[in-house]
Design a binder for this molecule. Structure first.
Ligand code: SF4
Length: 118
């Protein structure tokens, strides 16, 4: 009997905890960041309207450029260097490993320096 009472007392605080509604903490974004976001969105919409006004072809080109920018933003700096080097030598890894352009700013950062397959 006593053990049942202690179990009940142990359960009451738990029940209180379960009944208490969870308060979600609101994510706060500073006013400065909000203002920057609004300004960037307004600029984006202005550019979009300009491109639309120029015609279908110009608008399609603008859309393609936006898609390219979005894809480029997903790259890390190292991935960007790797893509640049691959573009430079025509996707031949051995040529990047054996690159002789020591004055190239990317030379020390180029991938496949040890000839390993990454
Ligand atoms: S490091 Fe070599 S392969 Fe990479 S961009 Fe420069 S010249 Fe091209």
């Amino acid at each position: 009997m006593k053990s049942n009472l202690t179990k009940l007392h142990a359960l009451i605080p738990m029940k209180k905890l379960l009944d208490t509604p969870k308060v979600k903490k609101k994510r706060s974004v500073s006013l400065e960041v909000q203002a920057k976001g609004r300004a960037a969105l307004a600029e984006y919409r202005k550019e979009q309207a300009k491109a639309k006004a120029k015609g279908d072809k110009a608008y399609q080109e603008w859309l393609d450029e936006q898609a390219l920018r979005k894809a480029q933003k997903k790259l890390s700096p190292m991935q960007a260097i790797k893509a640049f080097c691959n573009n430079c030598v025509g996707d031949i890894k051995a040529d990047i490993t054996n690159c002789t352009a020591k004055k190239c700013p990317l030379y020390i950062y180029r991938p496949y320096q040890k000839g390993e397959d990454e």
